[in-house]
Design a protein. Structure first.
Length: 216
């Protein structure tokens, strides 16, 4: 049975969050196509992880037999996250843009799950695992737009997930999500709606494609 690791990080609830609506569509299709599969769901807003500290960081670079009780507890969190990633056949990550970058809760997950010599390094343990990132944003940071140079979500996650961890990264980008609630963006509502609909279509298509790929 295939396993999907789903990571949500939006502070907004389902029904309000653009990224959550897309990850939910992905999950729904995945479960319809693969009802016997497993979904590991981490909601980093509802259940945030501790930010990496010196205790957890030092534990990764020392002999486990020498760990203090504090190091043992801190490193156990990192090991569990690494195991969740390693057992996943596919991953979907919600990465809404907050202040031009990812939520701090998602950064905390990355800092905890990246363990040199295991999930990162010369032979990453989850290398090749397909990862779909839902990179929602209130405006547009696409090439050719005025804010193109402020796009620090896709560039960063491509580097850390793909370059650092060897994962097979793909993106779904729902944009202009503030258009329906910002009067200054009223003229952009049709573009927002097109982007929203395409994001849901992409989520459905990618989930189906991944199920088929894993079944082959």
């Amino acid at each position: 049975m295939a396993t999907l690791l789903l990571i949500d990080s939006s502070v907004s609830p389902e029904g309000v969050s653009a990224s959550r609506s897309v990850t939910a569509a992905f999950r729904k299709t995945w479960e319809e196509q693969h009802p016997e599969g497993t979904v590991i769901h981490r909601d980093l807003a509802a259940d945030p992880l501790p930010h990496l500290d010196g205790v957890a960081a030092s534990a990764a670079f020392s002999d486990p037999s020498s760990h203090t009780p504090e190091q043992q507890a801190a490193f156990a969190v990192r090991v569990k996250l690494a195991e969740e990633l390693e057992q996943a056949d596919a991953v979907v990550i919600a990465a809404p843009m907050y202040n031009f970058t990812i939520p701090s809760t998602l950064k905390a997950w990355l800092d905890q799950v990246i363990i040199m010599g295991r999930t990162a390094g010369e032979a990453p343990s989850a290398k090749g695992t397909p990862v779909t990132v839902v990179a929602s944003r209130g405006g547009s940071y696409a090439p050719g737009t005025p804010r193109e140079g402020m796009e620090y979500v896709q560039n960063y996650l491509e580097a850390v997930l793909g370059g650092g961890m060897g994962l097979d990264v793909d993106f779904i980008v729902p944009e202009l999500t503030m258009a329906p609630v910002n009067p200054a963006m009223a003229d952009l509502v049709p573009l927002y709606e097109t982007s929203r609909d395409k994001a849901h279509e992409d989520a459905t298509a990618k989930a189906k494609a991944l199920v088929a790929r894993l079944a082959a």
